[in-house]
Design a protein around this ligand. Structure first.
Ligand code: C2E
Ligand code: MG
Ligand code: MG
Length: 716
């Protein structure tokens, strides 16, 4: 069956036609042969019956009369029939009467006994019994046996013919089917070839040929129609594909551009983030690590030092008098100086060390691994030495120094906060010791700073408790031998700690802001005191009051001075306010503005401790001052110390050139007095005449009209 399935359609068609033809021919042949056989037998049977009837009719008389000869003559008639083998006549008793048997035929005749009409077909012959009737009575019967081989032979002959016809017909059918099937298979095969080519080549423009109007023609038409549709769709698809490809290409370009943009934006964001990260951890001006980064590195260094049991050093640097440079020469110069200093600092340390700028003029150096605390001192001193070299900024030769405080892990503290605090404290100690110094932290310093705290707490109550007092140091005009003025100096008589020097508590008052109420009290008290002295008749006397930096920078100063003047009803011309260079330099512009107002009110301004600060002619000219007080540090070794003498002379010359009055402070000896007399400095203040005294003591001096101290010994 599978073999048939795999046959080509042509062969299948031929096979089918051949099978159908064979079946049809077989059926036809069988029908023909069967019909012929039946007809042949039927005809023989009819012949035999007729012969039997004739024989019976002709023999009845012979039987009745027992005439065997007549009977045999009748039977002889049978010999003319070739196919009759025997004809026997049985009499009334059923006994054999007469017979005819074909020569050369051997057979067994039926036994006696009457037989009814009957016919029997055997393989090669037929037996027929036919009664002999006489007046409705059977008087005997005829037996005829006929040979039917002839029928068989005829059949065999027919079969041969049928077989030939069959073979011929099949041959003809084969030839015809082989040719005729092409009507069907040719278009089909062509169609199939086109379909295969369309499939393999994907060429939808191909068409199957065929113009018949039968189902095949329709099939080809439908197939072509289908190809039309497919081609249309294919074209559409192709167009869509092209369009899509174009869109994809455009989109790809857009995406690539977007990707590039994104990449750019990402890089930008990264660099912004890096910059932000950098700015968050570095000082914008110098590029040094800032406080945040320093803290971070310090805590890492501490963890490492704890593990390794190593030492760390923290150096706290504060530039000395940087503010003066910044204020007098401008921020641009200050910034430039800071940058130079930063570079120098970095050059003094190793790569693993950190130099950080904490802000303003404060720097911190972290040495994360030192073998000995002396290493910190060595590096600190190297820094001090490297800063001493002059820096030229915008045509200015600048000299800057730094004060350094050092704290060491673990001896001075085991946590970042303590180490920073102790480095800070020791830096302040370095400032106190005269600046441009390196000071190691000691436990006593902490005690000192605690003492400062105690002082601050007590100072808050001191004013209310009346522990603060003013003493007055006279200023003597040696040209007239008269006390022409007095400087009000603050004293604190602490109930348990005793007298505390203003040098000790004024910085505390300044740092805590207490100097403002205290300063106002001093001004009021001093002005009222002067008013009292004036009232007592000493109308020429002037009063000088010291101002601190916080007072000068605070906006309310002029008002509180005005109120004190109003309250005391003093002539402002009789009052002086003393400022120091350092106070002024902390905020030069606002200091000038405030001093201008005070001067505008008629008050004199004195530059106290002149020569110890940033003594510069350029800013001195800008300040609205009237008096210069030569600091006692230059006076102390006069006239022997040539250097001090020339400084004092330079200050005097400068004041004279600017038309400023001069006061010499701290004059303790006659030689000093004479030095100033020679320099024509006529107003002298110092222990030579009097220490600062209580108000009534000064009044007594004024009233007695005798000069305090040895003045009466000094002749003009
Ligand atoms: P200063 O304004 O320069 O005052 C002069 C200081 O020199 C006073 O010290 C005075 O007692 C001292 N003195 C005067 N003559 C001599 C002398 O011949 N030899 C020596 N060795 N010293 C002499 P004092 O009273 O201890 O004041 C120290 C500083 O405290 C003052 O220096 C001033 O800057 C500040 N001060 C005092 N009172 C006040 C105040 O009421 N307000 C402010 N802001 N500061 C004040
Ligand atoms: Mg003074
Ligand atoms: Mg002074």
């Amino acid at each position: 069956m599978r073999a048939i399935k795999n046959l080509s359609i042509r062969r299948k068609m031929v096979l089918i036609i051949m099978m159908i033809s064979a079946i049809a021919l077989t059926v036809a042949s069988v029908a023909f042969i069967a019909t012929d056989r039946i007809n042949a037998r039927h005809s023989i049977e009819e012949n035999l019956r007729t012969l039997a009837k004739i024989t019976a009719a002709n023999s009845s008389a012979a039987i009745l009369f027992g005439d065997k000869t007549a009977a045999e003559e009748t039977l002889d008639f049978m010999s003319r029939q070739q196919y009759i083998q025997a004809a026997v006549l049985y009499g009334q008793d059923g006994k054999f009467f007469a017979s005819y048997i074909k020569p050369d035929v051997y057979l067994t005749l039926p036994g006696p006994g009457l037989q009814a009409a009957n016919i029997q077909f055997w393989e090669d012959y037929i037996e027929l019994y036919s009664p002999v009737i006489q007046e409705n009575e059977q008087i005997g019967h005829v037996y005829i046996r006929a040979d039917i081989k002839v029928i068989k032979e005829r059949m065999a002959g027919y079969l041969g013919i049928v077989a030939l016809v069959f073979i011929f017909s099949l041959f003809v059918a084969f030839i015809l089917s082989a040719r005729m099937q092409r009507f069907i298979t040719d278009p089909l095969l062509k169609l199939s070839a086109v379909a295969r080519k369309v499939t393999t080549d994907k060429n939808y423009s191909l068409r199957a040929a065929g113009s018949s109007r039968d189902e095949l023609g329709n099939l080809i038409l439908d197939f072509n129609e289908m190809l039309d549709q497919i081609q249309l769709r294919d074209n559409e698809l192709e167009n869509n594909k092209l369009e899509l490809e174009e869109r994809v290409a455009t989109r790809t370009i857009e995406l690539e551009a977007a990707n590039q943009e994104m990449e750019k934006a990402k890089k930008n964001a990264e660099s912004v983030a890096k910059r932000m990260e950098y700015h968050a951890h570095h000082d914008g001006l110098t590029g040094l690590p800032n406080r945040i980064l320093l803290n971070d590195r310090l805590s890492k260094a501490l963890s490492h030092a704890r593990r390794e049991q190593s030492r760390i050093a923290l150096l706290f640097l504060d530039l000395d008098r940087f503010k003066i440079i910044n204020d007098s020469l401008g921020h641009a110069v200050g910034d430039q100086l800071l940058r130079v200093i930063s570079r120098r600092l970095k050059n003094c340390v190793r790569d693993e060390d950190t130099v950080a700028r904490l802000g303003g003029d404060e720097f911190m150096v972290l040495l994360p691994s030192i073998s000995d605390s002396s290493d910190a001192g060595r590096i600190g001193n190297k820094i001090i030495d490297s800063l001493i070299r002059a820096v030229s900024c915008n045509g200015h030769e600048l000299h800057i120094t730094t004060s350094i405080g050092v704290s060491i892990y673990p001896s001075d503290g085991t946590d970042a906060e303590t180490l920073l605090k102790h480095a800070d404290i020791s830096m302040y100690r370095a400032k106190e010791l005269g600046r441009n110094k390196l000071v190691y932290y000691t436990a006593e310093m902490n005690a000192e700073s605690r003492r400062q705290l105690v002082l601050e707490t007590s100072l808050r109550k001191a004013l209310d408790r009346g522990e603060l007092k003013l003493v007055y140091q006279p200023k003597v005009d040696i040209s007239r031998n008269r006390i022409t003025g007095a400087e009000a100096l603050l004293r604190w008589e602490h109930p348990t700690m005793g007298n505390i020097s203003p040098a000790d508590f004024i910085p505390v008052a300044e740092n805590s802001g207490l100097i403002v109420p205290i300063g106002e009290w001093v001004i009021r008290k001093a002005f009222n005191q002067l008013a009292a002295w004036h009232a007592a008749g000493h109308r020429e006397l002037k009063i000088a009051v010291n101002l601190s930096s916080s007072q000068l920078t605070r906006p309310g100063l002029a008002n509180s001075v005005r109120e004190a003047l109003d309250e005391s009803r003093l002539d402002p011309a009789m009052t002086e306010l003393e400022i120091t260079e350092n106070i002024v330099m902390q905020n030069l512009d606002s200091a000038i503005a405030t001093l201008e107002i005070l001067k505008g009110m008629g008050i004199s301004i004195a530059m106290d401790d002149f020569g110890t600060g940033y003594s510069s002619l350029s800013y001195l000219r800008r300040l609205p001052i009237d008096i210069v007080k030569i600091d006692q540090s230059f006076v102390r070794e006069l006239p022997g110390n040539k250097e001090d003498a020339s400084i004092a002379q330079a200050i005097i010359a400068m004041a004279n050139s600017l038309g400023l009055d001069l006061v010499a402070e701290g004059v303790e000896t006659i030689k000093q007095l004479n030095f100033f007399r020679q320099q024509e400095v006529m107003v002298i203040q110092g222990y030579l005449f009097s220490k600062p005294v209580a108000a009534d003591e000064l009044l007594a001096m004024l009233d007695s009209e005798t000069m305090p101290g040895p003045l009466n010994l000094v002749k003009k």
